[in-house]
Design a protein around this ligand. Structure first.
Ligand SMILES: *[C@@H]1O[C@H](CO)[C@@H](O)[C@H](O)[C@H]1NC(C)=O
Ligand SMILES: *[C@@H]1O[C@H](CO)[C@@H](O)[C@H](O)[C@H]1NC(C)=O
Ligand SMILES: *[C@@H]1O[C@H](CO)[C@@H](O)[C@H](O)[C@H]1NC(C)=O
Ligand SMILES: *[C@@H]1O[C@H](CO)[C@@H](O)[C@H](O)[C@H]1NC(C)=O
Ligand SMILES: *[C@@H]1O[C@H](CO)[C@@H](O)[C@H](O)[C@H]1NC(C)=O
Length: 364
């Protein structure tokens, strides 16, 4: 009788906790593969030959949370760090970090300054297509370690978190771009979105099914853009840059809907990061901030000159007294903004028709 009870209890235990009959834990933990630009770069650029313009491994970056610079372009954690936490994953390390090669929980390929076009900040960053080639390497290694079946399962259950496009519109205004100059805006945005579409299709071919996008920021209103026009210091560089970002976001939303109808099993979440940030910038006190437009770290008007940490050759810079009050750390949002946005993205229905929030995507 006691033995039978024991067996019944064991059996009930298996029913309640089906993962206990498998020897790996992929059922609780889905891997997180991270792609894109400075919004998501957890330190890949620490390991490439670039300019300090694209590196953030200097104090005071990272100070709020880590207490030391990690390469993240903010005072603390980034969106992927919060998402990893909510998904009960550890911090996801940069792909280029020497010695890191266990991809059970995923890996971060993002590179500050990267765009969808190889021309954007060419030579200084790992562009979106290069990041895709890294994913192919990871798949190869996973197959060697886990075998085809388990590698396929890990890759198809994983979430692909992507922030790309900002630098394709940033680069033409801060560096020479004959590609931008030789095309209409419509054509140029078409090329950026076309290249993004091709990479997503390849990720799907590789086995990815669950994609999560943060759309492009209100670029013209970043502190660094507010000072570009000496005639109108402080106002957004509305017309051109903002128009490009809006057109881009509209096109990407359309493409995602189309991909969902074309590719079987394709699921996605499209967060309206642009609106989340615009709201905080324009109505800081509504979200618990005091300053929506001036950066915490940098120099000149709006601290818009991007020399936080003495980067870019000009050593003297200003740092605000209390970063919690700020929406922008430099040209990038503060950790507090990222935390608010991550919470929304995780559990609310994204404003740009997702159709999923991230929690649902992880559980799908
Ligand atoms: C790094 O880049 C600089 C400037 O572009 C170049 O002179 C140098 O040779 C590069 N170093 C390596 C190791 O590639
Ligand atoms: C990789 O990391 C996971 C999770 O920490 C662990 O279970 C697994 O044993 C590691 N694999 C190798 C080959 O070290
Ligand atoms: C753009 O190109 C011109 C001509 O090649 C050069 O004189 C100028 O310094 C370049 N500007 C930047 C920002 O690279
Ligand atoms: C991708 O970008 C290149 C420029 O790097 C462009 O020539 C090409 O047409 C783009 N591809 C698509 C599908 O738009
Ligand atoms: C910093 O600002 C936050 C938000 O306004 C406030 O709660 C906190 O007390 C401030 N910290 C210091 C040290 O003044």
């Amino acid at each position: 009788m006691a033995a039978l009870l024991h067996i019944l209890v064991l059996f009930a235990g298996l029913l309640l906790n089906p993962s206990s009959c498998h020897d790996h834990n992929s059922h609780q933990h889905k891997a997180l593969f991270i792609f894109g630009d400075s919004l998501f770069d957890a330190g890949n650029n620490n390991y490439i030959n670039t300019s300090d313009r694209f590196q953030y491994n200097f104090r005071p970056y990272g100070e709020t949370f880590f207490g030391y610079p990690t390469g993240r372009p903010s005072d603390g954690r980034l969106i992927p760090d919060f998402i990893a936490e909510y998904a009960k994953l550890p911090f996801i390390p940069p792909y280029l970090q020497p010695g890191f090669n266990n991809y059970t929980y995923g890996v971060n390929f993002a590179s500050a300054g990267a765009g969808a076009l190889p021309e954007s900040f060419q030579g200084f960053v790992r562009d979106f297509k290069t990041q895709l080639s890294y994913l192919k390497n990871v798949k190869k290694q996973l197959r060697q370690k886990l075998g085809d079946g388990e590698a396929h399962e890990l890759i198809s259950r994983a979430v692909y978190l992507i922030s790309i496009g900002t630098n394709d519109y940033y680069s033409p205004f801060t560096a020479n771009s004959s590609l931008f100059q030789s095309h209409s805006h419509e054509e140029y945005v078409g090329m950026v979105v076309g290249n993004i579409t091709n990479v997503i299709k390849e990720m799907y071919e590789i086995g990815g099914r669950k994609f999560a996008f943060a759309n492009v920021m209100p670029l013209g209103c970043l502190p660094g853009f507010r000072i570009l026009d000496p005639e109108s210091i402080g106002s957004c560089q509305k017309a051109e840059v903002t128009g490009l970002a809006n057109l881009h976001n509209k096109k990407v939303a359309t493409v995602l809907l189309k991909l969902k109808s074309q590719l079987q099993g394709f699921e996605y979440s499209n967060a309206d990061f642009n609106t989340y940030l615009t709201n905080r910038m324009n109505h800081p006190s509504k979200y618990g901030f005091k300053e929506g437009k001036i950066a915490c770290c940098g120099s000149g008007p709006y601290r818009g000159i991007q020399n936080c940490a003495g980067r870019g050759g000009v050593k003297e810079y200003e740092l605000c007294a209390n970063v919690t009050e700020y929406v922008f750390f430099d040209n990038h949002p503060t950790e507090r903004v990222y935390q608010q946005v991550s919470k929304l993205w995780w559990s609310k229905t994204p404003t740009v028709k997702g159709p999923h929030n991230l929690k649902a995507l992880f559980e799908a």
